[in-house]
Design a protein around this ligand. Structure first.
Ligand code: NAD
Length: 301
């Protein structure tokens, strides 16, 4: 049993913290939203009045926040005032940041933590809110081997696949690479299916052909973007649930910034980002990302 401070009880953090409680850990949580804390108390958690008080007896701190600026603000605080949360932790404490953020912020927090004798891993997740509730998330971890070994048993209470990608920041880079590829696969699959349909083919027949041919890929096999082709997909449920276009746009923004920083050529990633951005701007940001299929008509793209 470990004393864990959990910061950020949102759509993902709420169910993740609940799974830590179920696994028998002592969890003290903080969120800026009081209703999130109230809900956490009803399932046996402890609510703190601030992030600082949440970490008072913590051996492990986990954060699940929206973006890099929130993570930097929490852990590093104001540079002059040195009022970040890292300053309040005892040596040997482990920090796990599971937010999806830019790799540079993860590296900065990791370096500062290291200076203070605190272990740090970035551990962004894949699996969405359904995976967070079911405790089946994939964690893609960046950090030193020793920090990874300490984080692994904690992450096992919230996830199923725990990967070590490399040093601090590597988890974020691996997640961005995966999601950029996913956006390209989904856009490409939608493009091919739309072209087939506009040439008189049946989307299901064409999908069956391509899934047994060299165009086979995850979007085609597991997550077909055409309504009615596959049961249980967001496409067959008015593109509700799943992974929102807004979140894909956030991840593609991070991927393109990383590509620019490393001077990497990502022409397909750039094109996919453009398509998803246009789709979101047309009022579809809250639909599942496979709704990019609807964006594919000669009138729109
Ligand atoms: P969310 O907006 O639902 O939750 C974020 C929570 O953080 C909110 O409750 C907010 O009040 C709280 N918060 C913000 N700043 C805070 C601070 N300084 N102190 C305490 N609490 C603070 O977001 P989410 O959907 O839970 O996503 C969290 C992270 O996980 C994001 O980085 C997102 O990209 C990533 N992610 C989300 C999904 C998904 O399907 N929702 C999937 C994979 C990864």
């Amino acid at each position: 049993m470990t004393n864990i401070a959990f910061i950020g009880l949102g759509n993902m953090g709420g169910p993740m913290a609940a799974n830590l409680l179920k696994a028998g850990h002592n969890v003290v949580a903080f969120d800026l939203v009081k209703t999130a804390l109230d809900e956490f108390v009803t399932i046996g958690g402890v609510a703190a009045s601030s992030a600082a008080s949440a970490v008072e007896n913590a051996q492990v701190v986990i954060s699940m926040l929206p973006a890099g600026k929130h993570v930097a603000g929490l852990y590093l605080g104001n540079e002059q005032e040195k009022n970040g949360l890292l300053m309040l932790l005892t040596k040997g404490c482990l920090v796990i940041d599971s937010s999806t953020i830019d790799a540079q912020t993860s590296r900065s927090v990791g370096l500062y933590a290291n200076d203070l004798g605190i272990k740090f891993v970035d551990a962004p997740v894949s699996g969405g809110t359904a995976g967070a509730k079911a405790g089946t998330l994939s964690f893609i971890v960046g950090g030193e081997v020793e920090a990874f070994a300490l984080a692994e048993p904690i992450l096992n209470a919230m996830g199923k696949n725990i990967f070590h990608a490399g040093p601090a920041g590597a988890g974020q880079v691996a997640k961005m690479c995966n999601n950029m590829l996913l956006s390209v696969l989904m856009a490409g699959t939608s493009e091919a299916l739309r072209m087939g349909v506009e040439n008189g083919l049946d989307a299901k027949v064409l999908s069956d052909i391509m899934v047994k041919s060299s165009g086979r890929n995850w979007a085609l096999e597991i997550y077909n973007p055409v309504p009615g082709v596959m049961d249980g997909t967001p496409a067959s449920n008015d593109y509700q649930g799943g992974f929102m276009v807004d979140l894909m746009n956030k991840d593609l923004g991070l991927a393109l910034a990383a590509a620019q920083a490393s001077d990497s050529a990502v022409p397909l990633g750039q094109k996919a980002a453009e398509l998803f951005k246009d789709h979101g701007a047309q009022g579809h940001g809250r639909l599942d990302f496979s709704s990019i299929y609807q964006h594919y008509s000669s009138k729109k793209v």
